[in-house]
Design a protein around this ligand. Sequence first.
Ligand SMILES: [Mg+2]
Ligand SMILES: [Zn+2]
Length: 164
Amino acid sequence: MKCFLDRDGIFNYDDGYVGTIERFRWYENIFIILSILKSKGCSSFIVITNQSGIGRGYYSEDSFVKLSKWMCDVVEQKVGIKLKIVYCPHKPEDNCKCRKPKTGMFEHFIIDQTDIMIGDKSTDMLAAKKAGIKNRWLISTVETKYYSEKFASHDELIQMLELW
Ligand SMILES: [Mg+2]
Ligand SMILES: [Zn+2]
């Protein structure tokens, strides 16, 4: 079982183009979600994130990489999980193959029936669906498509996981 996760809106509040540690505000409940999944046998955790802020020049790739390393360190210290982070730095106009809802970022991995995608946008769910991921968990009160299960908040997902 592998768990793929979107970043903005899942690990941190989506304040728009978060490319520096200073602007990164954790959802504290993500640590609970990660540790429950680990206890249920999830063996790898992969962040799949669109970061067009790099392509648009809102923050540098260096800054994003620094933020990502720090994020991985915090997660490892708190819950003993080594995150892998895969990102698309392109703008929509670049027409790359990696920007969700395209599937490029999933193509480094062999997907199996037990894999999970957790995201907050229909585009996360669509990318995961096209990549063959069956368990597509959407945390949102507004987005409505391509998910297999939907939760109004991180807390609601935790409630489900505790009974899972
Ligand atoms: Mg998001
Ligand atoms: Zn891309």
